[in-house]
Design a protein around this ligand. Sequence first.
Ligand SMILES: Cc1cc2nc3c(=O)[nH]c(=O)nc-3n(C[C@H](O)[C@H](O)[C@H](O)COP(=O)(O)OP(=O)(O)OC[C@H]3O[C@@H](n4cnc5c(N)ncnc54)[C@H](O)[C@@H]3O)c2cc1C
Length: 395
Amino acid sequence: MFIEPEYDVIVVGAGPSGTSTAITAARLGLNVLVLEKQQQVGMFKRCAEGFAWGLIESLELKLPRKCWTQEIDGSYIYAPNMKEFLIDMGKTSGYVLERRVFDKWLAEEAVKAGARLIADVNVYDVIKDKGFIKGVKANFLGEDYEVKSKVVVAADGVESLVGRKAGFPLINNPVLMDSGFQYEMAGIELKDPHKLEFYLGTKVAPRGYLWVFPKGENKANVGIGIIGNSPETAKKYLDDFITKHDRFSRGSVLEVNAGAIPVGGLMKNMVMNGLILVGDAAHQVYPIHGGGIGEAITAGNMAGKVIWHCIEKGDWSEERLGDYNKLWWDKRGNALAKSEKVRETIEKMSDEQLNMLAASITKDDLMKIVDGNVAILTKTLLKFGAKNLQKKIFG
Ligand SMILES: Cc1cc2nc3c(=O)[nH]c(=O)nc-3n(C[C@H](O)[C@H](O)[C@H](O)COP(=O)(O)OP(=O)(O)OC[C@H]3O[C@@H](n4cnc5c(N)ncnc54)[C@H](O)[C@@H]3O)c2cc1C
């Protein structure tokens, strides 16, 4: 009843990458179907909900007030020895979202743009024909459907069943994947409800960091991301931290969230005949901090434009859809690859070296390093005498 037999574009997944692709493609006049397996768009959050100011602008949209719970104007970063490093932006630089509301709002924007979106549809396979992906097989409320399209968009997150069914390999190297675990907590004490808190160190969060992202005066996402092959679980590290800190240990747990974060494994090729991968499905996450919402929106917007162009020209082969590879690598991929290098450098540092880095670095240099500036990191390492480390990493 709801689903037509054929569309220009089928987007699998109504996360930010899928709905952004749908918004752009539908605005350009394509007939777009978005299929989401959850009963409600945005129902299961796998996210700390941090979102930098302006990331929605590529879609020419303004973030409505209902989508965020807290304005953020800076961060406290803690070295392994708990030395505090304050970055005060002096003005709103980001938000902690309410993903449930945000994802649903983006979904409604896709519908406003002309896309059709159906929740509670599980896509379980792709249709292959003569070397092309030509649609999907899906189940909607117990009924099986085969829906055809010119282009299928795999926006189905880090596990990407659609990508795998089409023939892309799943990341199987745990070093390229962070394991994330989080409690949304209430009744806790925050240092400052307008500042994010980050805790570093091999004993606190091996390779990654532990975060406190405020969602009000006494409420926050308290979570952790650690290297995927850690012998101890992310939950264990988070529980240890919470137990040691009274301001959290007396709090309540409103939600438990867990998920994998692809902090590496950027893909040179993200397309095949009739198929395009976006967002977490294409590992488009910022490797240093694991932020993927903004990347998903940027990539979705690019994918929507490229798909429209290909359909206009009547050619959605891998070669033509490959324009998306070029565009994304030019605008985002190279920056993310640099940031991956920085992450690889930082993860080789001992707690002592991290303490030295925290003691000697300026706010400006730290911001540049987070932006993927390897040269500044090298300079800083040399400054505090970590010559061996610098040599080991850069030769
Ligand atoms: C613990 C944790 C904390 C994070 N914190 C942050 C943060 O603070 N800031 C930030 O920017 N990023 C964060 N991220 C990353 C961010 O959540 C993702 O990068 C982002 O959600 C990617 O968007 P997406 O649309 O590609 O995928 P998703 O948001 O995962 O959306 C994929 C959608 O596809 C649907 N789907 C999957 N399979 C099927 C199927 N077979 N049929 C139909 N639908 C399907 C899913 O239900 C889902 O709705 C975090 C991730 C984790 C795990």
